[in-house]
Design a protein around this ligand. Structure first.
Ligand code: 7RM
Length: 631
């Protein structure tokens, strides 16, 4: 199958075909793969249950399609180029053949350590090739991986382990991150004090720092793989068998385990990777995400490897050892497609263009953005100074739940507009609904972004709680998948994502539920009640603003605020630490006791000109007191 589309007309043609006959369209894409058994039906679906199945009764293993399928032609091609945190440390280049051997050997190792098809395995690792090997080894034997971003706290890690009743943790002694070392094994040890399903922990040697190894439970990675065969027959999986679980925040307190399955996820990540980035076989592609997020799953590991691409994995951070690091890496590896997040762009923009100047960025062909709305200023800076005005920006809108990119320009084909994700990809049938559930047809409309027809990589359920999946995504608008985002379709039919319409804040591209942060704050013994909202933040996109009612007895406000921030850091992790904490005498509430977040959001964004009608509040006087305190 060729992914090359030359013109906008080509896209429109492809899109029309995909809508007129989705089954034929997706079976043509799926034909690129090796299946042990072909499907009965391309798709069976109902958005009420919900119940969605793709490529029913077909059999496959995703790793055969990204390893064996490529070996004959691409065996010696670099699959993964690893760039370490410290630029002085040696780069590692892993060819498709080497990756195949590493995955097979680790698959056998996991089996020898007691893992079987269907078991859940937690991956809590740094950005090193072994993290990808771990994911693929799970997929090879039919174990379900759940990668947990290594910045999450012991409590968050334990919650996830308990929710999916994982049997194994794959981790490292420590992680390098900029000039810091993070003692991840110690975090795992702490987490495991509050879990009882983990039988084995395999520990990769990375920083060399001393760790405690629990006899009978913990084994070193290098010792576990010693002498283990690199010949492994892949487990034959049903298309709808679980491939992985990835936890994500929503508007309720507890993160949910989004479930993706084998066949559809494979077909969609492969297709969208090639199509959006217009990847050519000789290109070097780099996505700066972490494998702990969906972007790392779909567009560092699965999509690129399924397409036989060379994918860069970077261990470090954009500003270490200096603010030109991204551009130094682009130059060093002659990167052709570069994919990052608006928050990184804005952070680097703050250093000016000087860190870019010394670097030759002429290899770049396409630059991408993902994770949050990209503001026009950042878009132009990225376009002019990184892309030098000659690289199309692909502003890709999608979610953990969608598995792959949903709305995006096709590089070099779709005319771009700053801050617009532009048009839906083939196969994606969007709908904009007003709050009463009426579909708004035509252009120049604004409302809730929904999808009305299934696509192969959509979530199937939330782990262990299908009702929650129905409730969260399929109950707001009957018969539609609701994304939680607001959107505008402009006069040209172009889509601009306006951000979340629910109680989710997007901090540096990381999703945080306000309720989740409130629950963590409430763990502090002096906290009586709290309310968390997002507010505009120059670099992070949104910052976290916490209003807290406290029992102040014998405490200074300053200490208390510090302690509250630390509590959140401890319970969720550094990404959830409130930027601002305001101690308040009360929270504005309706007569039914609902917190009026609209008012709190206005105060947090210093937009207090028109507070609307506050007279119906239970406690209108508190609004002035909070405004006073905010000044
Ligand atoms: C891939 C990812 C999903 C939420 C989503 C949006 C926001 C993501 C864009 C965007 C505007 C974009 N998955 N979002 N991409 N908003 N333009 N290009 O980020 O599950 O972690 O987050 O992120 O609100 O609902 S995610």
């Amino acid at each position: 199958m060729s992914n090359k589309i030359q013109t906008l007309g080509g896209y429109i043609h492809e899109y029309s075909k995909s809508i007129q006959n989705p089954e034929e369209f997706w079976s043509r894409v799926a034909d690129s793969f090796h299946w042990h058994q072909r499907w009965d039906n391309v798709v069976e679906w109902d958005f009420v249950g919900p119940d969605v199945k793709w490529f029913t009764n077909s059999k496959l293993n995703i790793t055969e399609n990204l390893l064996e399928r490529h070996l004959f032609v691409l065996g010696n091609k670099p699959a993964i180029i690893w760039e370490p945190n410290d630029p002085e440390e040696a780069v590692r280049t892993i060819t498709y053949r080497q990756l195949y051997e590493m995955v097979c050997q680790f698959a056998n190792t996991m089996k020898a350590q007691g893992i079987q098809k269907g078991d859940r395995v937690i991956i809590y690792m740094p950005m090193v090739p072994e993290a990808a090997v771990a994911m693929l080894a799970c997929a090879r034997i039919g174990a379900v991986h759940s990668v947990v971003f290594a910045g999450f706290s012991a409590t968050s890690l334990a919650d996830r382990i308990n929710d999916c009743e994982a049997k194994m943790v794959l981790t490292s002694d420590g992680n390098f991150r900029g000039n810091k070392k993070i003692p991840v094994k110690a975090v795992v040890d702490e987490a495991l004090e509050n879990t009882n399903t983990i039988e084995k922990v395999i520990v990769l040697h990375r920083t060399g720092d001393e760790v405690t190894m629990k006899e009978g439970r913990d084994v070193w990675w290098h010792e576990a793989i010693e002498g283990v065969s690199a010949v492994n027959e892949a487990e034959v999986m049903d298309s709808e068998d679980m491939l992985f679980i990835l936890y994500t925040s929503g508007s309720t307190g507890k993160p949910k385990g989004v479930v993706h399955t084998c066949g559809g996820y494979m077909v969609y990540t492969y297709y969208t990777f090639q199509y959006v980035f217009q990847y050519s076989p000789v290109d070097v592609y780099w996505c700066t995400a972490d494998v702990g997020w969906i972007t790392g799953h779909s567009y560092i590991v699965y999509g690129p490897l399924l397409a036989g691409a060379t994918t860069i994995m970077f261990e470090g951070v954009p500003t270490f050892p200096e603010a030109g690091r991204f551009w130094a890496i682009c130059e060093k590896h002659k990167v052709n497609q570069f994919y990052t997040a608006p928050t990184a762009i804005r952070a680097l923009q703050a250093y000016g263009t000087e860190p870019i100047q010394p670097h030759d960025l002429s290899s770049l062909k396409v630059i991408g953005s993902v994770g949050e709305p990209i503001n026009e200023e950042a878009w132009h800076w990225y376009h002019d100074h990184v892309g030098k005005g000659r690289c199309p920006i692909v502003d890709t809108w999608w979610q953990t739940e969608t598995g792959g990119i949903m709305v995006s320009p096709i590089a070099g084909v779709t005319p771009t507009k700053p801050s617009y994700a532009t048009l839906p990809l083939p196969g994606i049938q969007l709908a904009i609904l007003d709050n009463d559930g009426n579909e708004l047809k035509g252009n120049s409309v604004e409302g809730n972004l929904c999808v009305k027809f299934p696509w192969p990589s959509m979530l199937r359920t939330t782990y262990g709680d299908h009702e929650r999946c129905r409730q969260t995504y399929f109950s707001s608008f009957k018969g539609y998948y609701f994304t939680g985002d607001g959107v505008k379709r402009d006069e040209d039919g172009y889509y601009r994502i306006l951000g979340r319409v629910d109680d989710v804040i997007n901090v540096s591209g990381h999703r945080m539920g306000t309720a989740e942060v409130e629950n963590a704050i409430n763990e502090h013994p002096k906290v009586v009640e709290s309310a968390v909202v997002g507010y505009p933040h120059d670099i992070k996109g949104q910052g976290i603003y916490a209003y807290v009612i406290c029992d102040m007895e014998g405490r200074s406000e300053e200490n208390l605020i510090q302690e509250i921030r630390e509590t959140v850091n401890k319970i969720i992790g550094p990404i959830a630490k409130p930027d601002k904490v305001q101690i308040v005498p009360g929270l504005p509430k309706t007569r039914s006791g609902k917190i009026m977040r609209r008012i709190l959001r206005k105060i947090a964004s210093a937009d207090t000109g028109n507070m609307g009608d506050t007279s119906t509040l239970l406690n209108p006087e508190v609004v002035d007191q909070i405004m006073e305190g905010a000044r």
